[in-house]
Ligand binder design. Structure first.
Ligand SMILES: *Cc1c(COP(=O)(O)O)cnc(C)c1O
Length: 384
């Protein structure tokens, strides 16, 4: 069994993917070819935004979004410590400083209540655990919310709180793309949305890739300029710093047929998740993922919480010894990572994140997981 099975999907889409790749080899427009433009139009339509700017990876999508808003040295950007390193890395990369706000214990996403408390106490000049990073509310420029494990963060609350303090909200939908809140799709939930097409993400290509979503024409234009070395009106006119941030035409060619089946795959992911939860819900000491009413998760991961670190090891060992792949996302919250040591946080500053890091684990999850496989995994967990 595989943790994420990419081969079954390929065998089902092989004809279209192969012929699409060959079309690119034949026309030879390897960079910014017609497939890239077509994909951007279809992605924007899917996400429900006016513009989509494809790019080289999910990490670059975040970097480009931050650059498009002019966020740089001296600025502070709020995010969650319970996410993939890239979220906070992008903030550091543009020269800004990440300020962490703890997660909600049920959704694993940044807690709107704690976000509001943090902003209010910094604005009121009260002493906080963030004193080494920021005591001046004016320095805080943006919030990066993360749709962890595929579940959209509470965009309504986050947008409302951010607006009060004049902050941009960047949605990191690298795991959430395909999810939605009340029918509004992930990637379109805040000012700007970023996603990744890394192979293991809900919508993945066969290499690295990403995309940025926005309704703002000016921002889209700036992103397109940043994507090619800060290009101006003319190819050899450079008006700002940029990067080599393009999505390969071959990757767009791979993504086009995958996007056609994406909605169906998201539904298949729902039934896998529902099947898992119905069989695991009543096990003592095990917490199944919660999805609030109106929310659709893209189920990038199916993540359970054990009652203790020992309990988690026990289940994981048992599954591994029966050849079931399992993984921990994420064993070390970002405020405890060496790369962020200089921020000055203490390991117990974000209790919920640290609690989750010690107890969560993820089961195999992909649209092609068969009922027998799900039952087998659940039976192994139940027999412990
Ligand atoms: C995967 C991921 C990224 C980075 O995407 P890449 O395409 O690997 O650069 C950013 N944020 C989150 C939450 C991710 O899961």
């Amino acid at each position: 069994m595989q943790f994420i099975d990419l081969k079954t999907q390929y065998s089902q889409l092989k004809e279209k993917i192969d012929s699409n790749i060959h079309k690119v080899l034949d026309h030879g427009q390897y960079v910014m070819g017609p497939e890239v433009i077509e994909l951007e139009q279809k992605l924007a339509e899917f996400a429900g935004t006016k513009y989509c700017v494809s790019c080289s990876s999910g990490t670059d999508a975040l970097v480009m979004a931050l650059m498009a808003y002019g966020i740089s040295e001296g600025d502070v950007v709020i995010t969650t410590p319970f996410t993939f390193i890239a979220t906070a890395e992008a903030i550091k990369f543009v020269g800004a400083t990440p300020l962490f706000v703890d997660i909600d214990k049920d959704t694993y996403n940044i807690s709107p209540e704690k976000l509001e408390q943090t902003l209010t106490s910094i604005a009121d000049k009260e002493s906080t655990i963030h004193d080494s990073i920021c005591t001046d509310i004016g320095k805080i420029k943006a919030v990066i919310s993360v749709d962890l494990f595929g579940l959209p963060a509470d965009a309504t609350e986050i947008n409302r709180i951010a607006k009060k303090h004049n902050l941009i909200v960047i949605e990191d939908a690298a795991q959430g793309f395909g999810g939605a809140i009340d029918g509004k799709r992930a990637g379109s939930l805040s000012d700007i949305g970023c996603t990744s097409f890394f192979p293991a993400k809900p919508l993945g290509c066969y290499g690295d890739g990403g995309a940025i979503f926005t309704d703002c024409e000016e921002t889209a234009a700036r992103l397109k300029s940043i994507r090619v070395h800060g290009q101006g009106e003319d190819k050899y006119q450079n008006v700002r710093l940029g990067l080599t941030g393009r999505l390969d035409t071959i990757q767009a060619a791979v993504l086009l047929p995958k996007l056609e089946v994406f909605e169906t795959e998201i539904e298949q992911r729902q039934s896998v998740a529902e099947s898992y939860s119905s069989q695991l819900r009543d096990i003592e000491g095990l917490t199944v993922p919660s999805v609030q009413a109106g929310y659709v998760s893209a189920w990038a991961q199916y993540t359970l919480m054990a009652k203790s670190e020992e309990h988690r090891s026990q289940i994981m060992e048992h599954l591994k010894s029966n050849n079931i792949p399992v993984a921990v996302y994420y064993p070390i919250p970002l405020h405890e990572q060496k790369v962020f040591e200089s921020l000055g946080y203490q390991s117990n500053d974000f209790e919920v994140s640290s609690f989750a890091a010690k107890r969560v684990f993820s089961l195999p999850m992909h649209p092609y997981l068969r009922n027998e496989e799900i039952e087998h995994i659940c039976k192994l967990i139940k027999e412990l």
